[in-house]
Design a protein around this ligand. Structure first.
Ligand code: B3K
Ligand code: ZN
Length: 879
């Protein structure tokens, strides 16, 4: 790499701030060519020894700086690329600064920028320094007053955090608004929006009787897509009161939808800003999956008001403090709103496919990282999803009521503070009286622990012994891996499939499930009074984020699938069976031998498709094969194409054998009446549309007319899109192309639906490789400056179209490298995210592995890489 090497920063170097900011007053004068930002900060020194004040700043034009109304001359401060330093300051003083910025030219979408015609902000993690010189760190908290002026006709709506305290018409057709947020906050929670927006409004009365006005602001064409998010917000507010005793703390809560956004949404105090794809929905334009995602993200951002805003992070190493806890909270909320089992299946699938891959790759890091070069690279599945699993394990160890005592203590003790993960664990410990010292290793060690389980049954003594050994691969942050404290939930099934009542020294989930505390490298647990050899159901509910190795026989797995009282493990047994069948067939593919379908797996599928069960959402999961991405994770050096061929063969065989049965379920699950995003209706549609996917693969019967009719007659996007998707992913390509053209014609004015149309093609098995992907890039619906569109085409091709991305000629990798280089100049965060599929090069078999590495080297050889891309590329190549 030609640029100077960016430096890492370390958690061990943390120092408390030398200055406090007691209050801030900002004026934003928004113009078409530039924006003037004027700050007035009441500050004081916190240390006995006076220290120089070093403010962060990036891409700013400094107009002037004043201390106590005295303009400083250039020799009274030092201006560097990313800082402004002022020495010799009194103990108390008022600092005023004016900067000039150009939101119109901001393609990184951090700080203040323009999305379509509106101004908006994104300040987490370190975006505020692109607005003005400031102490841009989360442990500096202050009360904000924000005054905004702008042209009234172009920007009639002016929003910021807290309460609106004044509005006024100014000269030259301009107007102004002043907002005051009484809660102290770090600058990453600051937000500003200015635009020509409409809103819907509702109210929520909190448990202590305070009325809160709720508003969702959107561009006028989207005003009919806000109702679902509003309902989700009210459900979230109620749930947080009921489950955590947490009440909202202002009289107003606003959400704004913007099209250009780097991630899903942002929890700015009382002014959440959302990627429009995570908030806008109506039955005609959004699928069931989108409705569910919206509910989860609205809840997540709302829950941050306590886990993140009222109690925030001391520094960015602590990110999982707010993100892991909040993901755990939103996941439990979703489980309560729909099917708990299915929510767990979805969460664990993501964890095992994507987070385990991260933990096995060059970017592996503990949930409390020890260092980083660019914090944006650490908004990872590890911080979020593994972080949530770690909180879930505390919940599993403490049990429901002690966990609630712990969270109450945490919120009460640290309200208004910026704290660390250690404060969270300590509160849990203090409230419960349980010792979590060994548990803390989860915060400091990277890598996925593996459990190696063996068992033995002693008939005469009627005892059953389980020996559990734990290992974890070496990772760079620690020399010696200390054993983890792993809550291991287990049940034992008798030959009739009934749960045995267990007696083993541990706390119980219920009579049938014990939570064993695994703490040693190797240990044995003995169960007494076991009358016949049991089938173990291990890690029930996926009680810890580990890999389980146990030599299950197919009959045992089928027994668990048929009888396990733990829905998650019932599903998992099916996945284990299907995975072993496909992995073994992939060896046959490589050996060139004929493929033969496994009769056990067929029998299992025949059983699950024979009739409608009482949980249709779970039934759909039971009938779903493990994804190709999951299968790739199961091999140390994955043979992607052999796995793809084996999986396709299995799907085909199931379809050929059972298409009539799938068709019967398809018919039985038709939903009558108008579309509703209720759990029951969604479950029916999910199962029905899964059946359609199998039916359309059948070789002995042509079901394409059914897919086409569904596509043409649908009155909702779920059915329209799944009809289209069935055709696009089948060999009925003539019909598929016609349907794609008519879909585009119908929806070309709707940005979000058009993005779905792009990603469906980018991820399709039938796309013409890189040439097909290039055709999508040249389509008028594509725009490289819009992250949603980048994700829809480049992200979908490299992340989901594993068949074409991993083409053996390496063209997919090279194409991705070129896209990343192009994007790095515009939006480093998005460029860096797209590197994910290349970082896995050591886990893919040759010749692909070397070609992936070459693509990384191509990026590395460019000068002027952003810190974001530099960090991921250099760590990937050094691994
Ligand atoms: N806290 C934000 C994420 C910000 C990402 C900045 N690169 C959204 C969330 O997790 O709720
Ligand atoms: Zn979050």
């Amino acid at each position: 790499m030609k640029n100077a090497e960016p430096k890492a920063i370390f958690l061990k170097d943390y120092q408390a701030p030398s200055f406090e900011i007691e209050s801030t007053h900002f004026t934003f004068d928004l113009y078409e060519e530039y924006t003037l930002v004027t700050s007035i900060l009441k500050m004081k020194q916190t240390q006995n020894q006076p220290a120089p004040l070093e403010l962060n700043g990036q891409d700013l034009e400094l107009m002037w700086v004043k201390v106590n109304d005295q303009i400083l001359s250039e020799d009274q401060y030092a201006l560097q690329d990313e800082s402004l330093t002022i020495a010799a300051l009194p103990d108390d003083f008022t600092l005023s600064i004016q900067t000039k910025i150009k939101p119109q030219e901001n393609t990184a979408l951090e700080g203040l920028y323009k999305s379509s015609d509106m101004f908006c902000t994104q300040c987490e993690a370190e975006g505020f320094r692109r607005i003005t010189y400031f102490l841009d760190r989360p442990d500096v908290m202050s009360v904000y007053t924000v005054h905004i002026t702008a042209d009234k006709s172009a920007y009639p709506v002016l929003l910021s955090n807290g309460n609106l305290v004044a509005t006024q018409d100014e000269s030259d057709g301009r107007h102004s608004a002043t907002w005051h947020d009484p809660h102290k906050k770090p600058c990453y929670l600051f937000a500003l929006v200015a635009g020509d927006l409409q809103h819907i409004e509702d109210t929520f009365t909190t448990m202590s009787g305070v009325d809160v006005t709720l508003r969702i602001y959107v561009e006028p064409q989207n005003i009919d897509k806000c109702d679902y998010a509003m309902g989700a917000l009210k459900r979230s507010m109620k749930w947080d009161e009921e489950v955590y005793g947490r009440e909202y703390d202002l009289n107003i809560f606003n959400i704004v939808a913007v099209d250009a956004f780097n991630m899903g949404a942002m929890e700015n105090k009382s002014l959440n800003i959302f990627n429009s794809s995570c908030v806008l929905a109506n039955p005609k334009t959004a699928t069931d999956a989108t409705f569910q995602r919206i509910e989860a993200i609205v809840a997540h951002e709302y829950f941050h008001n306590w886990s993140g805003n009222r109690v925030t992070c001391r520094d960015w190493f602590q990110l999982s403090l707010k993100e892991g806890f909040t993901v755990f909270r939103d996941s439990e909320f979703s489980a309560d709103m729909g099917s708990r089992t299915v929510k767990r299946i979805e969460d664990v699938s993501l964890l095992r496919t994507a987070q385990f891959a991260e933990d096995a790759g060059p970017m592996a890091h503990p949930i409390l990282p020890a260092s980083f070069i660019e914090i944006s690279n650490f908004y990872t599945l590890t911080i979020y999803e593994k972080g949530a699993e770690v909180v879930r394990m505390i919940h599993n160890i403490l049990g429901e009521s002690l966990f609630r005592k712990g969270s109450d203590l945490y919120f009460e003790r640290h309200d208004g503070q910026a704290v660390t993960t250690e404060h969270f664990v300590k509160a849990m410990e203090d409230a419960s009286g349980k010792d979590l010292s060994q548990f803390r290793h989860w915060y400091h060690q990277a890598g996925t622990p593996e459990l190696w389980v063996s068992d033995s049954y002693n008939e005469s003594a009627q005892t059953y012994a389980l020996t559990i050994k734990q290992t974890c691969r070496d990772t760079s942050e620690t020399d010696i891996k200390k054993p983890y404290h792993i809550p291991f939930a287990i049940g034992l099934l008798d030959s009739a499939g009934k749960d045995l009542t267990l007696s083993c020294n541990s706390s119980a989930f219920n009579d049938a499930t014990q939570v064993i505390n695994v703490t040693q490298h190797e240990e044995t647990f003995e169960f007494e009074g076991v009358k016949t050899a049991p089938v173990p159901s291990m890690l029930r509910g996926f009680s810890a984020p580990v890999k389980l190795n146990y030599d299950y026989q197919p009959e045992q797995l089928m027994h668990l699938m048929a009888h396990d009282s733990d829905g998650f493990n019932q599903w998992d047994a099916g996945q284990t069976l299907a995975t072993s069948v496909i992995l073994s067939l992939s060896q046959d593919v490589l050996a060139g031998t004929d493929l033969k379908m496994d009769e056990n797996l067929l029998a299992v599928y025949a059983k699950w498709v024979a009739e409608l069960s009482d949980d249709l959402a779970k039934q759909a999961q039971m009938l779903s094969l493990p994804s190709l991405a999951y299968l790739i994770e199961q091999q140390p050096q994955a043979q992607v194409h052999a796995l793809y061929t084996a999986r396709t063969f299995v799907k085909q065989a199931i379809s050929d054998k059972l298409h009539n049965e799938f068709n019967e379920i398809y018919v039985a699950c038709q939903v009558s009446g108008p579309y509703e995003p209720t759990h029951d209706a969604m479950a029916k549609r999910t199962l029905k549309n899964l059946c359609l996917q199998y039916m359309i693969q059948a070789q002995s019967k042509d079901y394409s007319a059914i897919a086409q009719t569904q596509f043409e007659m649908a009155d909702n996007m779920t059915d329209q899109y799944t009809g289209l998707s069935a055709l696009v992913n089948s060999n009925h390509q003539e019909k598929a192309q016609k349907a794609l053209a008519s879909f585009y014609e119908q929806w070309k004015e709707d940005v979000l639906v058009t993005n779905m149309w792009l990603s469906l093609q980018a991820a399709s098995d039938y796309i013409d490789g890189v040439a097909g992907a290039n055709a999508l890039l040249s389509h008028p619906a594509f725009d490289i400056k819009n992250p949603n569109k980048v994700r829809a085409v480049i992200g979908a091709f490299a992340g989901q179209n594993l068949r074409h991305y991993h083409a053996q000629d390496g063209l997919g990798y090279n194409w991705l490298a070129d896209r990343i280089i192009e994007l790095d100049a515009l939006n480093p965060q998005i460029a860096s995210r797209l590197l994910g599929p290349l970082t896995k090069w050591k886990r893919i078999a040759q010749p692909n592995s070397s070609k992936m590495k070459q693509a990384l080297e191509k990026i590395a050889s460019r000068g002027n890489l952003s810190k974001d891309v530099y960090e991921v590329v250099s760590k990937s190549l050094a691994d």
